[in-house]
Design a protein around this ligand. Structure first.
Ligand SMILES: NC(=[NH2+])NCCC[C@H](N)C(=O)O
Ligand SMILES: [Mn+2]
Ligand SMILES: [Mn+2]
Length: 323
């Protein structure tokens, strides 16, 4: 009965065997250099071969090109709008990325976006939802990234993508954003650094958010189950997994721009990805905020550790070790 109902109510999910890698060497949504090198390090670590080894075809046609946009909007041509920093650059880059992601998702490929900073989330999810209107999102992060231009303190766009996805932030420079994601279709796991304005927004819209407190209280198994029950009760909707590496504890993923102690363990991170793989509904994944240039002085292999962790999470989401 469950299956029949699923077949009747949900669009067919393409059982894709192609992973499309969208590499975004972009750092304009935050203030630190080096995050644009995240994709390069992930690829140098052998990510493509690792994915092929899991039985997928991999499509990768080089890094996305943002040069012309960066030339059109150098900082002098891109003054702050209110508190927002580099607003036009981020908008133009994300608009382009969303078109690429949409096209690949429509082709039935699993879209794997490598960042770059998490402002890209507005592009990736914005693109995926055009191809899969029934989409639900798991946002794995220490931060809620749901600031609006009004609530943001620092003004960086990597703290705001969710507000654009939900249509809470609207402005002429971001007219391309459609605000299609319903608040009931996104759940967070890993939160531990949420601003007051963000907390109010989460409450107001009844968004399911599981903090590290909940992970401690219920365990990761239960938390993932509750998150999926909230956004995907029949396990029949396509899933976009947006993974900010800073969700993990800095001891496992030190090389990131806004680390917050008390994060997910390596196994908890992998468990989330495995549970998504188990549903068979993954249509897109983001791996963002890997910044190999930021190192913990106490950890001589910070960057390698962080990159290896990110690769392991990606492999888990693609089904590694599922029996
Ligand atoms: N994707 C991230 N790492 N975001 C960090 C956001 C930090 C802070 N809440 C802000 O809005 O600026
Ligand atoms: Mn974060
Ligand atoms: Mn984030």
């Amino acid at each position: 009965m469950g299956n029949i109902q699923a077949a009747l109510t949900s669009e067919p999910i393409i059982e894709s065997k192609t992973v499309s890698v969208v590499s975004c060497r972009f750092r304009g949504g935050q203030g630190k250099t080096g995050v644009e090198d995240g994709p390069v390090h992930l690829l140098e670590a052998g990510l493509i071969d690792q994915v092929k080894e899991l039985g997928y075809e991999v499509r990768f046609d080089g890094h996305q090109e943002f040069k012309d946009i960066e030339e059109d909007f150098p900082s002098e041509q891109d003054p702050d709008i209110g508190r927002m920093r580099r607003p036009r650059l981020v908008s133009k880059v994300c608009e382009k990325v969303s078109q690429v992601v949409e096209e690949r998702a429509r082709a039935g490929e699993i879209v794997l976006t490598l960042g770059g900073d998490h402002s890209l989330g507005m592009a990736t999810i914005g693109g995926t939802i055009e191809a899969h209107p029934d989409l639900c999102v798991l946002w794995i992060d220490a931060h809620a990234d749901i600031n609006t231009p009004e609530t943001t303190d620092l003004g960086w766009l990597h703290g705001m993508p969710v507000s654009f996805l939900l249509g809470l932030s609207q402005m002429p420079e971001y007219a391309w954003t459609k605000g299609r994601l319903h608040p009931s279709r996104i759940a967070y796991i890993g939160l531990r650094d949420i601003e007051a304005g963000e907390k109010a927004t989460l409450k107001k819209h009844g968004i399911k958010a599981f903090s590290m407190h909940h992970v401690d209280k219920f365990g990761i198994t239960k938390v993932v189950e509750m998150a999926l029950d909230a956004v995907n009760p029949g396990r029949d909707r396509p899933i976009h997994l947006s993974f900010d590496i800073d969700a993990l504890d800095p001891s496992i993923a030190p090389s990131t721009g806004t680390p917050v102690r008390g994060g997910l363990t390596f196994r908890e991170g992998r468990y989330i990805c495995e549970a998504v793989a188990e549903t068979g509904r993954l249509v897109a994944m983001d791996m963002v905020e890997v910044n190999p240039s930021l190192t913990d002085p106490a950890d001589p292999i910070s960057a390698q550790r962080t990159v290896a962790t990110a690769c392991a999470l990606i492999r888990s989401a693609l089904g590694e070790n599922l029996l």
